[in-house]
Design a protein around this ligand. Structure first.
Ligand code: GLN
Length: 474
């Protein structure tokens, strides 16, 4: 795979005069358009944005770095459709804080990337427009929901990208496309201006070619924002900026026994075991531990998520927000709402809306929703205890490599299993990342898979340090 220019190489190359920002910019503008006809990673190109912002961005630190933005992140004056028919023509009236910060730092948005509609999915096949293809096999999924961002970075169509992660949507596509995906602690990055899927789980993060690049971007977009009260004035935004020099023998790594289960593909398991052995030979303290939580989290996730989705998507009624259609033929407003929501949302979104409405009804609230909320709190406590003994927990990022397009669509449970390792971090609101773990062979293709690292609340520093020490770059 290409993966030619990293963000840090770009910044040092520009500083030393090895190449000019203009040269790199035009290269990516052309390459992205050319390759998009194979990969379908982008929904829109924004040459007009580049023309408008070039002058102001030139002297800022990121010096025109071309960064791709997932389409559920509001970009003022530009369509932000969440890959849904419901918002197909919606022009954002303001920008998300994470995007404004990138802009202020001198990055240029050249494109908006494809995704599963409203970020619900694990393959980008649920985009209402078209599926994105995996650069390692164009008949394969890139993962999702940030599949457009992951494919674009892996195919070197941009330097880096932003995505969102509610249950794995950064880490899972990063793993399947062989790149680095970081989902920080909940509250580390402002969610202001990012279309909510499930507000208490959503987090913005980065898709990059290296761990060092994730560190740079995190430094730019994180920190307190008065517009998102989950961010904190006290949150420290400097401790993770420079690597600390901790020795492997002082780092305690936990491997949950429950990570080895029947859903884990044998080839992925072999790579994971090899990785563990390698860490042991490098003198890291690696311990296998019992972590029964891992078996329960997918259930907790898939019951809580629809409830929040239902509430967040209620506003798309064709009057206040969303697709507007002819009222002709509708007997009353209710019929109009149904028509708009039926035409505007596709099946996966509708399925979650139905389930979400079901779990929050008067009869079911205590039986399901409240019970699973309590389970979430319990899970969070268990995690806090865990991190008094270990620095990071590692698992594979996904149980399998990238499947062929449409292969799992007929079996939603298999699709949901894709998230069995990643949802944990969103339930516990802790930081987690995926780094490349190696390649497996599947029906003639060599496909990347990822290693997931989960860390303690607000401790992106340790997570990034360990990831940087053990990342293997080809
Ligand atoms: N695949 C998960 C889901 O469908 C995660 C989505 C996400 O992180 N946005 O819910």
């Amino acid at each position: 795979m290409d993966m030619q220019l990293t963000l840090s190489d770009y910044l040092s190359g520009v500083a030393s005069g090895t190449f000019s920002p203009a040269e790199v910019l035009y290269h990516y503008q052309n390459k992205a358009k050319e390759k998009n006809t194979d990969l379908f990673a982008f929904l829109r190109f924004h040459d007009e944005y580049v023309a408008q912002h070039k002058d102001s961005a030139f002297s800022a630190p990121l010096r025109w770095a071309p960064i791709a933005i997932k389409d559920n992140i509001m970009t003022e004056g530009y369509i932000s459709s969440c890959a849904s028919k419901m918002l197909e023509h919606y022009v954002a009236p303001y920008s998300a804080t994470c995007f404004s910060r990138l802009e202020a730092a001198g990055a240029l948005m050249l494109w908006k990337t494809n995704m599963d509609e409203f970020a619900m999915g694990s393959s980008t096949e649920y985009s209402a427009f078209w599926p994105t293809k995996n650069p390692y096999g164009v008949d394969r999924i890139p993962g999702g929901s940030s599949g457009g961002s992951a494919a674009a970075v892996a195919a070197d169509l941009c330097l880096a990208a932003l995505g969102t992660d509610t249950g794995g949507s950064i880490r899972q596509p990063a793993a399947l496309c062989g790149i680095v995906g970081l989902k920080p602690t909940y509250g580390r990055i402002s969610r202001y201006g990012v279309q909510s899927m499930a507000s208490s789980f959503d987090q913005i993060g980065t898709l990059t070619k290296t761990v060092a690049d994730a560190r740079i971007l995190l430094g730019v977009i994180s920190g307190y924002d008065p517009k998102d009260l989950q961010t904190s004035e006290k949150s420290d935004v400097t401790s993770f900026l420079t690597p600390s020099l901790r020795k492997p023998k002082d780092i305690r790594i936990a491997v949950p026994n429950q990570a080895f289960n029947e859903a884990l593909d044998k080839r992925v398991e072999d790579l994971f075991r090899k990785k563990i052995e390698k860490l042991q030979t490098l003198w890291y303290q690696v311990e296998f531990v019992d972590f029964p939580l891992l078996e329960k989290v997918s259930t907790v996730y898939y019951l809580l998520i629809p409830a929040e989705v239902t509430s967040n998507l209620a506003r798309f009624d064709g009057v206040k927000y969303g697709l507007q259609e002819e009222m002709q033929g509708c007997k009353n407003l209710l019929e109009y709402y149904s028509k708009v929501r039926n035409d505007g949302f596709s099946n996966e979104v509708k399925k979650r809306l139905l389930l979400g409405n079901y779990v929050v009804t008067h009869e079911n609230y205590e039986k399901y929703y409240k019970k699973w909320l309590q389970a979430r709190i319990w899970a969070q406590r268990e995690f806090s205890k865990f991190f008094t003994q270990y620095d990071v927990v590692i698992t594979p990022t996904t149980p399998t490599p990238a499947s062929k397009l449409w292969e799992k669509l007929t079996n939603p449970l298999l699709m949901y299993l894709e998230d069995m390792y990643t949802v944990t971090a969103n339930i516990a609101k802790i930081p987690a990342m995926s780094i490349p773990m190696g390649m497996v062979e599947d029906r003639g293709d060599q496909l990347p898979v990822g290693l997931q690292l989960m860390g303690n609340h607000w401790d992106e520093g340790t997570l990034l340090d360990i990831a940087e020490q053990i990342e293997e770059r080809s």
